[in-house]
Design a protein around this ligand. Structure first.
Ligand code: TA6
Length: 312
């Protein structure tokens, strides 16, 4: 009997770069570029795009793609000596035809497994052998799941240490109408203040100026409420203690060549990450970090972070 691997399409994307298209029977879809192992699109049953992708995004190596879900590995931002956000986001990944077993969420309708190994050049700047396996899956309720499995394959006994983030750009109707729940009262490092540590006060997070904060030891669920769209994104994460919230606002946007001047109004990065406590793997060890995104109508009431209720 033929194996029932859910189908995916391999297609040519922008500038001829190869992409994988995942489709679900009710019309939902997701797209992943082999360049960067980068999810660039996630659409609901009405064909509405749920991720922000810059109209000025440069789909040309070695420039990372602006928008979607860049993968930051083996370094988040400049927490180390590598290029900012590491190199996984601007390397060419391959389709992993025979990944080690990974239980599939029963509701997954389509998925693809990708693999990144270091090149000779990568080993010159980061001298560690690894296998980074990424599964991108689309569920029957339209949820998008990314599972990263990173294994130390060094044969010389060397451990390695890394930081990581799913640098997700959500599409929002109007940033001033958006609130984020689940991060109240937590400690954060403020990137705009030399990474000084503060404690978040008050209610949900709202936006009226540039923000670039690394929230520490966050809960496994975070909600992004878009009042104008009457939509709530629910972020569920495992193995990823931290969460970064970033919006460049007007001034900083103008310094980012591949971001439109006004685009900050329609995007918000909420990034499931492992930053403060770096991950160390000895040879043969594997780390797993999972991100699940769902978009639900906002019958969601403030403070109600029970995902079962959100989905009802
Ligand atoms: O995650 C937030 C952040 O680290 C910001 O400091 C900001 O620079 C952003 O990522 C984008 O980085 P990039 O290298 O993609 O321009």
């Amino acid at each position: 009997m033929a194996t029932e691997h859910p189908p995916f399409e391999l297609a040519k994307g922008i500038n001829g770069l190869e992409k994988i298209v995942l489709r679900e029977s009710r019309g939902r879809s997701a797209e992943v570029y082999l360049y960067g192992g980068h999810v660039t699109s996630w659409k609901n049953e009405n064909g509405e795009e749920l991720l922000y992708l810059s109209s000025k995004a440069i789909f040309k190596p070695p420039k990372p793609i602006r928008g979607g879900i860049p993968l930051c590995f083996p370094q988040f931002s400049n927490f180390g000596s590598l290029e900012s956000h590491g190199f996984a986001r601007n390397r060419l990944w391959e389709i992993d035809a025979s990944p080690p077993p990974l239980p599939l969420n029963s509701s997954s309708t389509a998925f693809v497994d990708l693999l990144l190994r270091p090149s000779e050049d990568d080993l010159k700047t980061w001298p560690y052998n690894f296998e980074f396996r990424l599964r991108v899956a689309l569920g029957t309720e339209g949820e998008l799941t990314l599972t990263s499995r990173i294994r130390n394959t060094n044969s010389d006994g060397k451990p390695f240490t890394f930081t990581f983030a799913y640098h997700t750009y959500f599409s929002v109707s109007d940033i001033s109408e958006v609130r984020v729940e689940g991060l109240e009262t937590l400690d954060y490092l403020d990137n705009l203040k030399n990474r000084e540590r503060f404690t978040e006060q008050g209610d949900a997070i709202t936006f009226e100026s540039e923000i670039d904060k690394i929230y520490l030891s966050t809960p496994t669920k975070i909600a992004i409420l878009d009042h104008e769209k009457k939509r709530t994104f629910v972020v569920r994460k495992d193995g990823l203690a931290d969460a970064v919230v970033w919006n460049p606002w007007d001034k900083r946007s103008k310094t980012i060549a591949d971001l439109g001047d006004e685009d900050y109004k329609h995007m918000l990065c909420v990034e499931a990450a492992a930053i403060e406590r770096q991950i160390t793997l000895k040879p043969g060890e594997e780390w797993k970090g999972r991100l699940e995104l769902s978009a639900v109508p906002s019958s969601y009431s403030s403070g109600q972070l029970d995902p079962k209720k959100v989905l009802q």
